[in-house]
Design a protein around this ligand. Structure first.
Ligand code: ATP
Length: 213
């Protein structure tokens, strides 16, 4: 009985990614306004590093007990320990990413109760980590680098150098676009952005209806 009910409400899993400042979060808020649940992987990674016991133990074992001071993660200290050290950064990612992956799976299961046609997972490094492979559809948000740098520097009050350091950790946009099912070009107004989101929303509902029996 339960199985039949689930088959009548299949739920697609979509990923949203894009370079720094491309507009991922802005786009996700628009999907949320349409009633679609969004998992914000980067925020959730921060939460898990503070709350998931297994991950906390792993981080302490590999980076030293001192990365937690009075039970609170010392982000600056941890960042310093991996800064300019690709092997240590890879080790950190190899601990955090599986924890986020497990948490995403748990979250996705929970969402099935809502009987929504699809859910979204937003992450800056969805392609780089390979986690897009566990999803049904990939949405890539794009904008020219100079626009992205300008938007982020206004949002975060940071300088171009800091932003470019983060850009260097990311695959070029064109590589992500090659894998995309949907590409959102965020070069216009927020209204234009919303129109693109609405179109994808309708297409996702259409895709979902093909699965329903
Ligand atoms: P990050 O990679 O840092 O997480 P992001 O891809 O999630 O960034 P957003 O935070 O959504 O990007 O957008 C970056 C900034 O640009 C925000 O301040 C947002 O309000 C602004 N922005 C996004 N799209 C537009 C647009 N079409 N017009 C004007 N401002 C925009």
């Amino acid at each position: 009985m339960k199985r039949k009910a689930q088959a009548q409400h299949p739920m697609l899993k979509a990923g949203i990614t894009g370079g720094i400042g491309s507009g991922k979060t802005t786009v996700c808020k628009m999907f949320e306004k349409l009633g679609m649940p969004v998992y914000y992987a980067d925020d959730q990674a921060k939460y898990l590093m503070q709350h998931e016991h297994f991950l906390i133990d792993q981080l302490k074992k590999n980076f030293g007990e001192d990365v937690y001071a009075n039970g609170k993660l010392d982000r600056k200290l941890l960042a310093g320990k991996v800064f300019n050290d690709p092997a240590r950064l890879a080790l950190l990612n190899s601990l955090v990413h599986p924890a986020v992956f497990r948490d995403t799976e748990r979250w996705m299961e929970e969402q099935k109760e809502k009987k929504v046609p699809y859910v979204l997972k937003e992450a800056a490094l969805l392609v780089e980590t390979g986690s897009y492979k566990a999803l049904d559809k990939l949405i890539v948000v794009t904008a020219p680098l100079d626009t992205r740098v300008q938007r982020v520097s206004e949002r975060d009050k940071t300088n171009e150098e800091e932003i470019m350091a983060r850009v260097k950790n990311q695959l070029p946009e064109e590589e992500k676009v090659k894998l995309a099912d949907f590409v959102i070009t965020n070069t216009g107004s927020l209204e234009e952005l919303e129109q693109q989101v609405l179109k994808i929303h309708e297409q996702m509902i259409e895709e979902n209806s093909k699965l329903a029996v």
